[in-house]
Design a protein around this ligand. Structure first.
Ligand code: CA
Length: 441
């Protein structure tokens, strides 16, 4: 993906909120989501593009006559309650619509255009969002070697990093039915745990509820069963990226995870941000891969110069807590981790290629999680289990309390953004949920 005029940081919009300092949604971003006005009937969902503090209604825009050709047919594919039809069309269509919308929102658009487009805008405060896509399959990878090493030390002190890690982009098949969009409650799960020193397990609410700072990668065009996607084509199959919090029940996980891996410790819920930032919008923030072990002899199907030099993305991420007491006092979220996707050992293209190398088919709207994106520093720990070293080192909260793992009433907010000299700052919006008490059984 090369840079073009839609990445020019000097471009302004006639919509004032799109030019506000620090906005997540300037004209250079244009992420996609599924929304409905709060005032309309329950099933009236459709696709929109976030711009400033507003949402641009794509089916309404298609009806104005302002779009032609591929941009028009792509906007018409937004007349659905999920982005899957729009995701399936492919990169030329996504680009045609992005460039047409960019032209309509630019500061030099005619007064007539501004009037027509204004009629297609809704305030973000006046709409509800839902999951961007109907996710058929969800796979969670494990692409941060820093996270894998830190977690490995806690679960297996003598053998933290398994020998396959630096050869295989490891993943497991997750659960799509429990994906939730930002803003929903997160119910504390019940489950089996084996307390230290006990000889039989106990049952009850999870006592070690944790988050995982990840990104969610939405598949656009899929591949036919039996036909792998080569590394050089992998990103053509990716529609875009959102924020993903992979809630984890560490006490349940420790007891159940061997030998088949994550099960009930992970599948009770995963929260996604509602806006999907496209690969074209992310083009200015490409960076070279980083590998702390300096190992570069990947098998040929996972290796290319382009991937090594530009396959990583500098997407900055943070996550924090606002307890119930803090929220009552009007205190801001207490950020406990700031990290970046650039520290991942395996790139997005390598995830796609590895997933399909055996012939497995990906479908439009499938979701790939990156795995917890911890960086090399202790402040870049993407999960509480790492930050507190397995619950041994509590962190202090602004309300005077302490945390090792999450308490009921904690509101967890994850944010993501891209920023560098010579490019606009673009953001992902929030990925937020509040911990609700466990149900009795
Ligand atoms: Ca995970």
């Amino acid at each position: 993906m090369t840079l073009n005029h839609t990445h020019d940081p000097a471009t302004r919009s006639w919509l004032a909120s799109a030019n506000a300092a620090g906005t997540d949604f300037p004209i250079q971003n244009l992420p996609f989501g599924i929304f409905k006005p709060k005032a309309t009937p329950a099933l009236d969902w459709r696709a929109g593009i976030a711009i400033g503090s507003d949402v641009l209604d794509l089916p309404a825009l298609a009806a104005t006559g302002l779009l032609q050709g591929l941009a028009l047919s792509t906007a018409q594919a937004g007349a659905a309650d999920a982005l899957n039809p729009l995701m399936a069309i492919g990169p030329a269509a996504w680009q045609a619509l992005r460039h047409a919308v960019f032209a309509l929102l630019k500061a030099d658009a005619s007064a007539a255009v501004q009037t027509q487009v204004s009629a297609c805008l809704h305030g973000q405060a006046d709409v509800e969002m839902r999951l961007p896509a109907r996710v058929g399959d969800y796979t969670d990878f494990y692409t941060s070697i820093h996270h894998a090493t830190h977690i490995g030390k806690l679960f297996r002190p003598d053998n933290p990093l398994m020998p396959n890690y630096t050869w295989v982009p490891i993943g497991y098949h997750g659960r799509s039915s429990s994906l939730q969009v930002s803003g929903h409650g997160l119910r504390r799960p019940n489950g089996q745990t084996m307390p230290p020193g006990a000889t039989s397990p106990t049952f009850g609410p999870c006592k070690r509820l944790d988050w995982e700072v990840e990104l969610g990668v939405f598949v656009g065009t899929g591949n036919a069963l039996g036909e792998p996607i080569a590394l050089g084509q992998a990103e053509d199959h990716v529609f875009g990226i959102c924020l993903l919090n992979d809630w984890s029940a560490r006490d349940i996980q420790a007891w159940e995870y061997q030998p088949l891996g994550p099960f009930l410790a992970k599948n009770f819920s995963t929260t996604l941000s509602p806006w999907v930032v496209t690969m074209e919008a992310l083009a200015p923030y490409r960076v070279a891969m980083e590998r702390p072990d300096n190992k570069w002899d990947d098998l040929p199907y996972l290796a290319s110069d382009a991937n090594r030099q530009q396959g990583a993305l500098d997407i900055q991420l943070d996550i924090g807590i606002a307890s119930e007491a803090m929220r009552q006092q009007g205190q801001a979220t207490h950020v406990l981790c700031t990290t970046s996707y650039r520290h991942a050992y395996w790139t997005l293209a390598q995830m796609v290629t590895h997933h399909t190398v055996n012939g497995c088919n990906l479908q439009p709207g499938d979701l790939l999680g990156t795995g917890t994106l911890s960086g090399p520093e202790s402040t870049q720990a993407g999960a509480l289990i790492e930050l507190t070293q397995g619950g041994k080192l509590p962190v202090a909260m602004p309300d005077g309390s302490q945390r090792t793992f999450l308490l009921d009433g904690d509101e967890v907010t994850m944010r993501g953004w891209c920023q560098r000299d010579g490019a606009a700052r673009i953001g992902f919006g929030d990925c937020r949920a509040t911990v609700l008490p466990a149900m009795s059984i």
